[in-house]
Design a binder for this molecule. Structure first.
Ligand code: SAH
Ligand code: SF4
Length: 347
């Protein structure tokens, strides 16, 4: 195992079989995280970049089996934040010293391309970097958002196992998800993707495929989180993913894609109070403090146990900054573009 980790640290390339061997080995956890931490430091440094997350609508036309926002969850109280308030939250983020905001929502048809362009322009006029995470759109819509100033886009592939994807994302198609990713990359966005860890029937082999897929798709950011069963979904009785396996997938992703951005995800924190701290010491270099208004947070329930519920934006930000400082790391000063993306722009 030592040899495999040394090889990964040096060549940033492992075969599917080698990835599977690491994922299956329960004795190498500490060493894997330490190796990923060293590679993180070598390629992207000690700064941790903050992204202010605004969850602006929990309406969704889709019905993903794992997600609490799925359209068939009739128990969920739905909300939309209006456009001036969304922009004022971004302004608030700026005043708190944040350089990037992430707009996330379900696939809410109320937010037409026209409305999104208005929001994007409003936020870009504040001089912030802007990431969108609003699901599958047409090539033209992505183009319009990019033209209006959007810099980055997060769209997880969720799983590269097509059957598993089809089973969990009814009415959606894996091929269309990949089409979205290709569109975004070719339009000059910094492309963020990622996967869920621990979906029912998901195999270690397919997680190895996920890591290889991130490389093949030339992603600039990868977010990995455990699947956490939500009580109002068909997967409510599923076992869910573990923090350790999620951390392993994340650390291996750092070894294979050394110069990308990797967030310590909120879902990791939901499983353990030190989930994000462990991620930050195992390859992660980004964290997304939640700046959604306190009253709305409890309704943006992708999964239960989100530790940001109930706090104000300032409290969330302070908690994150304290965590970073307690680890001896520093808060990123710039907007924290992916080093890989920046290198590609110069070529
Ligand atoms: N609607 C957009 C963005 C919001 S969902 C989209 O689907 O792309 C953001 C992410 O939440 C999804 O990509 C999924 O990976 C994650 N998610 C949804 N349900 C989850 C659950 N039960 N446990 C952990 N993560 C979940
Ligand atoms: Fe909607 Fe995204 Fe949840 Fe799927 S994962 S139901 S697309 S919010």
């Amino acid at each position: 195992m030592k040899n495999l980790l040394a090889k990964a640290a040096e060549t940033h390339s492992l075969s599917k079989e080698e990835l599977i061997a690491v994922l299956n080995d329960d004795t190498c956890m500490d060493e894997l995280l330490q190796t990923a931490d060293a590679i993180r430091q070598k390629y992207v440094g000690d700064e941790i970049h903050l992204r202010g997350l605004i969850e602006f609508s929990n309406f969704c036309k889709n019905n993903c089996l794992y997600c609490g926002l799925r359209r068939d969850n009739k128990k969920l109280e739905r909300y939309r934040i209006d456009i001036p308030t969304i922009i004022s939250l971004a302004e608030y983020a700026k005043n708190m010293g944040l350089k990037t905001v992430v707009l996330q929502s379900g696939e809410d048809m109320h937010f037409t391309a026209e409305r999104m362009v208005e929001i994007i322009k409003g936020i870009k006029s504040l001089g912030l970097a802007l990431t969108l995470s609003i699901g599958e759109k047409s090539t033209e819509e992505y183009e319009a958002y990019r033209k209006a100033g959007a810099d980055r886009y997060l769209i997880r592939i969720e799983t590269t196992d097509k059957k598993l994807y089809q089973d969990n994302d009814p009415d959606m198609s894996w091929e269309n998800r990949v089409r979205c990713m290709n569109d975004l990359k070719s339009q000059g966005y910094e492309l963020g993707s990622g996967c869920l860890v621990g979906l029912p029937e998901q195999t270690i082999e397919s997680l190895a495929d996920d890591i290889l897929f991130f490389k093949e798709m030339n992603c600039d950011m990868i977010g990995i989180g455990p699947f956490i069963p939500h009580p109002e979904t068909p997967l409510k009785d599923a076992k869910g993913g573990t923090l350790d396996l999620s951390l392993k997938v994340m650390a291996l992703t750092r070894l294979i894609l050394p110069d990308i951005n990797i967030p310590a995800t909120t879902a990791m924190e939901a499983l353990a109070p030190d989930g994000q701290a462990r991620a930050l010491c195992g390859g992660a270099n980004v964290i997304m403090p939640n700046i959604t208004l306190t009253d709305y947070r409890k309704h943006y329930q992708l999964y239960p146990g989100k530790t940001t519920t109930g706090y104000t934006p300032a409290e969330s930000l302070n908690k994150v900054i304290n965590k970073i400082e307690s680890l001896g790391r520093t808060v990123g000063k710039g907007c924290g573009r992916s080093k890989k993306w920046l290198k590609e722009q110069q070529e």
